[in-house]
Design a protein around this ligand. Structure first.
Ligand code: KG4
Ligand code: ZN
Length: 355
């Protein structure tokens, strides 16, 4: 029997007979090599994340070639660890899931190739997952996050407003026209000498700063559009730093960080509220690495309370890239019988409606 037929037989049998489904999930789209075992889409049996931060820190950002090499070194290590932590073997799980895109192509290939190899060797079903769908389903690991809902996904590569009308049905309502919010955090942090990754560094620096020190631009706020733009904000910060340095004045790092963070948060909050009104939704899900930002979480909580809406945020450890969220999203596909075969390939760009 060909692998794809054997896999389908295995799926039909397990989906009917098993009272729990355990998925081994892999994530390698950027600078974290991660593996996790997730039961029934919400119970985290294990979640292992090998961070490459120290390898990229001296370059001030993610270097794709360095990321690919580190994934090759770490991928089997994290898989073994995730199975050991879950006290399972490959023979015990019911499917293999992997991020298939979007992301750094070389980095994605490492995870996709590992997942295909495991699936073929074990005869297990294979499920390719959209990275942003993973971020969306991170919240389901700790609470009820049933659609319909509106989602704001803010990460290093994406800033998008998504409408999730039903399990697995996702429509993009707006997106950034240039830089992602996390990318702006990283670039501004680098310019301020705060290092990589920039988000947590700016959050810490901003804690003692004055958010009203400079009024940086808030792009596209007057427009009716649900799109974002952060490159003008980033340039405004650079311009300020240039001016101050040329004038021989010292940089007020905490005040600049707080003013920048306040501008980003204002835009994210206003657009999310506009989208809630526009779609008539009562639930806002915040996801992606920038969802770890305490200022953004607090501001959105207040805004949602005032608007009579419910805010859902993932646990902090599942905001930034991890494989548990990929396992949670894969379970939705598993239940719907949406399996992949060995033609699965990595894709650097991948529209969310094709997740
Ligand atoms: O989702 P993620 O781990 O990777 C991508 O899919 O891009 O997001 C990483 C991004 C980085 O830009 C990082 O600076 C940002 O999330 N980030 C934060 C915080 N923690 C991570 N941004 C603001 N505040 C944070 N606490
Ligand atoms: Zn991500």
């Amino acid at each position: 029997m060909r692998w794809s037929e054997a896999m389908r037989v295995r799926y039909e049998r397990d989906a009917k007979a098993c009272d729990r489904i355990d998925i081994l999930a892999l994530e390698s789209s950027c600078d974290e090599t991660a593996a996790a075992v997730i039961r029934d889409g919400r119970i985290v049996l294990s979640s292992v994340v090998a961070s490459q931060i120290s390898s990229h820190q001296r370059f001030g950002g993610v270097v794709p070639e360095v990321a690919s090499r580190a994934h090759v070194e770490q991928v089997t290590v994290v898989i073994e660890q995730a199975l050991a932590d879950a006290q399972l073997t490959l023979g015990d799980v019911h499917a293999i899931a992997v991020t298939r895109g979007p992301g750094l192509i070389g980095a994605l290939f490492v995870g996709v190739t590992a997942a295909k190899t495991l699936a073929q060797a074990s005869g297990l079903p294979l499920i390719g997952v959209h990275h942003l769908a993973g971020h969306l389903y991170a919240a389901a690991l700790s609470q009820d996050a049933e659609p319909p809902l509106l989602a704001l996904v803010v990460s290093g590569g994406h800033t998008e407003l998504l409408y999730v009308s039903a399990q697995g049905t996702i429509e993009q309502l707006g997106k950034t026209r240039d830089d992602a919010a996390g990318e702006a955090y990283d670039k501004v942090a680098r310019a301020l000498g705060l290092g990589y990754p920039g988000g947590p560094a700016i959050q810490d620096a901003a804690a003692g700063g004055d958010p009203a020190f400079i009024r940086f631009p808030r792009a596209l706020l007057e427009e009716d559009s649900l799109d974002f733009s952060f490159s003008g904000l980033k340039s405004a910060v650079m311009l300020h730093l240039d001016r101050e340095r040329k004038a021989g004045r010292s940089i007020r790092v905490a005040d600049v960080a707080a003013s920048f963070q306040s501008a980003v948060t204002d835009v994210l909050e206003k657009k999310a509220l506009l989208a809630l009104v526009r779609t008539g939704q009562q639930t806002l899900l915040l996801a992606g690495g920038v969802a770890a930002n305490a200022h953004l979480r607090a501001r959105l909580q207040t805004a949602c309370d005032d608007a009579g809406a419910r805010l859902i945020v993932p646990e902090l450890r599942f905001c930034t890239d991890n494989a548990a969220m990929i396992g949670a999203a894969a379970y939705v596909r598993y239940k719907q019988g949406k399996l992949d075969d060995l033609t699965l390939t990595a894709q650097a760009s991948l529209p969310i409606d094709q997740w």
